[in-house]
Design a protein around this ligand. Structure first.
Ligand code: F6P
Length: 534
């Protein structure tokens, strides 16, 4: 029987260290704190010094990670073993980014050749679109790409497309995810089907929203260009190549991947096709190399928890969730191009670690994954930062910023970064009561509000890859400590099943739904659905 981590003496040792940490006092008694609490991995500098912990707490948390044997969990994952037990699959997004010539053994088989074959096909296809060698049915160049997908088949490419705005050298990309027809309408408005390539991205090729949107967009192509145009305007990325073919996608235009790539970990697979078309295979390769760099860092330091940056980030998160009672974590990039990163990390973390049953099927007794939220600075300062500075919730924050803007205007960039540094400092050290001021008590900042600052020289493809892999591994290590499976997502299934039944009732009016509350809502809906909007 697997040990529950909270019964281990190492857990009790951390509990015994729970106390209020005064950051100003910690810094004044420890001149090396800023340096010693800063980690470096690749181009990332990760400063954890303004968190509510001490060296002793950090060491005790590292012992918890050792006790949970996260190193063995990592070796099993990296060894391609079946670590996603509830779906009987290995988990090998790391294999998507091994360099040519390295092996990647997944379920006893070296998959590196398959990975590079697909990457090669994706790159050639992207180059053909970018260069104009491949055109639409009427011979016109593709100027626009529409990616249809949801969850991991949308959030990664959409986030990275915005993040790498300054590296775009290809057609514009647009993303349709919501089954709300407004999404498709808004995206297609102003697009010319003759110059638009449509990518249906779906690991399963069964996701209801994506399939409904794919049908609608296929109709748009047929209406504009005729049925014969579908084969040159519609491509698919999926593990379900047969379903894509029966949907009408030319098998030559189907890019595959594998069931050992989880949706939320799939940006490095062919799911990144829209991004490859936008930024080119070279920049995409740099992103993969950045991810690999962090994978290697983790492999090399997995037996030294305090030298392993994602692991330190993970135990810090556990400290807040399980010992200090924080329920959320905010991600605040001071980089507008990263404005979709919080949503991306929300799926990565919450779909991975939002679990209440452990690997062996027992209810967990601890809080697991936090609620992840956030948005770009400085905008957040004029919205939710009031609560962060003076509210009653403990919200650890990850600030992310860069030394240089990728495309000029260092002066305004300095103003942006001044705000990042100011926020982290003001949250940590606050401002005492000044009784001479009117409403003095309202102007007090208690301080001791924690943040981690992650810096890199610039938001390049490699740095983006490093950031993504850093968070992926942090999420993995948290799950490993809690003893949960971070790679399944059964929690999304019930809603899908229920929606299916309700969908029937909305159409045929026959009562499939038994609960009276939902029944009444459906009756109201049915009685209003044909009325025009007043
Ligand atoms: O929301 C559940 C989920 O399975 C995600 O994990 C996944 O990223 C998303 O749906 C999309 O799935 P698919 O790529 O199979 O359409």
């Amino acid at each position: 029987m697997t040990e529950r981590i909270e019964s281990a003496p190492e857990w009790a040792a951390v509990r015994s260290l729970v106390k209020s940490v005064d950051l100003a006092a910690e810094f004044s008694s420890d001149s090396r704190r800023a340096e010693d609490f800063t980690m470096r991995v690749g181009d990332l500098l990760i400063d954890t010094s303004k968190n509510l912990w001490t060296r002793e707490i950090r060491t005790a948390l590292a012992e918890v990670a050792r006790r949970a044997d996260v190193a063995e969990a990592w070796r099993r994952l990296r060894g391609g073993e079946i670590v996603n037990e509830s779906e009987a699959r290995p988990v090998a997004h790391w294999a998507l980014r091994v360099p040519v010539g390295s092996s990647a053994v997944v379920a006893g088989r070296d998959v590196s050749t398959d990975v590079h074959e697909v990457l090669g096909a994706v790159s050639r296809f992207a180059d053909d679109i970018r260069s104009g060698r491949r055109t639409g049915a009427t011979g016109q160049l593709f100027t626009d790409v529409v990616n249809i997908g949801i969850g991991g088949s949308d959030l990664g490419p959409a986030m990275a497309y915005d993040a790498l705005r300054a590296f775009r050298t290809g057609p514009r990309c647009h993303f349709v995810s919501n089954v709300d027809p407004a999404n498709t309408r808004a995206v297609l408005h102003g697009l010319d089907p003759a110059r638009t390539l449509v990518i249906v991205s779906s690991k399963t090729f069964t996701t209801a929203e994506t399939m409904a949107n794919a049908v609608a967009v296929r109709e748009w192509i047929v209406d504009g260009l005729g049925a014969g145009a579908v084969s040159s305007h519609l491509v698919a990325v999926t593990t379900n190549t047969r379903a894509a073919a029966s949907f009408g996608v030319d098998p030559a235009n189907v890019f595959g991947f594998w069931d050992w790539v989880g949706g939320r970990y799939s940006l490095g697979s062919a799911i990144g096709l829209s991004l490859v078309i936008a930024v080119g295979p070279v920049a995409f390769g740099e992103m993969l190399a950045g991810m690999h760099l962090v994978d290697e860092h983790v492999s090399q330091s997995v037996d030294q928890p305090l030298a392993n940056a994602p692991l330190v980030h993970a135990v810090l998160s556990i400290w807040y969730s399980n010992f200090l009672g924080a329920e959320t974590r905010a991600i605040v990039p001071y980089a507008h191009d990263l404005h979709r990163l919080p949503a991306y990390l929300q799926q990565l973390d919450m779909e991975s670690n939002g679990k209440s049953v452990d690997r062996v099927g027992r209810n967990v007794a601890l809080s697991t994954g936090p609620i992840v939220w956030g948005g770009p600075g400085t905008d957040g300062q004029h919205a939710y930062f009031q609560l962060l500075h003076q509210g009653t919730h403990l919200v650890p924050i990850d600030f992310i910023g860069f030394a240089r803007p990728v495309d000029g205007d260092q002066e305004r960039h300095d103003a942006l970064m001044a705000n990042l540094f100011a926020q982290s400092q003001a949250l940590a050290f606050g401002r005492p009561l000044d009784a001479s001021l009117p409403s003095a008590e309202h102007r007090v900042f208690t301080g001791n509000r924690p943040s981690t600052v992650i810096l890199a020289p610039a938001l390049t493809p490699s740095v983006l890859g490093q950031l993504i892999a850093f968070y992926e591994h942090s999420v993995f290590f948290q799950g490993a400590v809690w003893g949960i499976n971070s790679f399944d997502q059964w929690g999304v299934e019930l809603g899908k099943d229920v929606a299916h039944g309700i969908g029937q009732e909305l159409v045929d009016g026959r009562h499939h739904v038994s609960d009276p509350a939902t029944r009444r809502l459906i009756e109201w809906y049915r009685s209003h659905r044909h009325r025009s909007v007043e």
